[in-house]
Design a protein around this ligand. Structure first.
Ligand SMILES: Nc1ncnc2c1ncn2[C@@H]1O[C@H](COP(=O)(O)OP(=O)(O)OP(=O)(O)O)[C@@H](O)[C@H]1O
Ligand SMILES: [Mg+2]
Length: 252
């Protein structure tokens, strides 16, 4: 198992947001996490990433066989966890170009590798754009494309995408999905894939372009249902989140 989450409970600002979370993601698998607004999806994302204000009060997170529950975020990233944030902050004074070099494990004074430059071009960023401060004044679509470009530079083993398609137009969703498929080794046969992913989405639109192996529905801070992602999505469309969860046998 690449990522193993056992009986996790998480508090934010002394309020319990998540409890009884069990989640197991194997090497090469893509899981999708669905759930209504405020159900705790981003909280789970931040807890796995290890942001200090997301306090784990019970349970543990195991990554690559190592207990990372109380490890700091930088160490988790070094171990191979990568993320695309729902709303990443702007970083004044840090050029996208320089951030990409660090993510690609290069010195700032070196040139960006030709490979990353090509990827930037494919993601519609020219040299002038790469000189801009990270996320400062970027449009919604530019922010999402920049997040994916950074992941391509970092090449992580486990990637969490928080709402990768929100605020993105159809052409750009297809472009992002293509790169997400590259990141998640979708061009290889399932048994040969190495990189794993967790895609967080409330609309599920991205699943038309990126295939997931397993789906989970988060309701009120608990995983209420797991199973075939497309079937779950269809149930949600027909019955709404509550209806979907009611007809699903709770697994934990
Ligand atoms: N600092 C905080 N103090 C108190 N409650 C918080 C804090 N941060 C988050 N919450 C609450 O935790 C709950 C879960 O929020 P979270 O952002 O994880 O939801 P989400 O499922 O990602 O929603 P969305 O689909 O809107 O992105 C919300 O009710 C939110 O208000
Ligand atoms: Mg969220």
């Amino acid at each position: 198992m690449l990522l193993e989450i056992d009986d996790l409970a998480v508090e934010v600002g002394n309020k319990e947001i998540l409890s009884d979370i069990h989640l197991y993601i194997d090497e090469g698998e893509t899981h999708v996490l669905l759930g209504p607004n405020g159900s705790g999806k981003s909280t789970l994302f931040m807890a796995i990433l290890g942001f200090p204000k997301y306090e784990v009060t019970r349970g543990k997170i195991i990554f690559k066989g190592e207990d990372i529950t109380h490890m700091d975020t930088a160490e988790r990233v070094k171990m191979g966890i990568g993320v695309s944030f729902q709303n990443p902050p702007a970083i004044r004074g840090v050029k996208l170009n320089d951030l990409l070099k660090i993510e690609n494990q290069k010195e700032i004074k070196e040139d960006l590798s030709p490979e990353i430059k090509n990827l930037a071009t494919e993601l519609k960023f020219d040299d002038k754009f790469l000189e801009r401060d990270v996320n400062l004044g970027f449009s919604g679509g530019e922010v999402k494309r920049s997040e994916i470009l950074q992941l391509l530079a970092q090449n992580p083993d486990f990637i969490m995408f928080d709402e990768p398609d929100s605020g993105v137009d159809i052409e750009n969703v297809e472009l992002l999905a293509k790169k997400m498929n590259n990141l998640l080794d979708k061009d290889m046969k399932p048994g040969l894939r190495k990189t794993s992913g967790l895609i967080i989405t409330h609309l599920g639109y991205i699943l038309n372009f990126v295939q997931a192996d397993t789906g989970h529905v988060l309701m009120d801070g608990k995983i209420a249902c797991s199973g075939n992602p497309m079937e779950i999505l269809e149930d949600i469309r027909k019955e709404g989140f509550r209806g979907c969860v009611e007809c699903c046998n709770p697994i934990h």
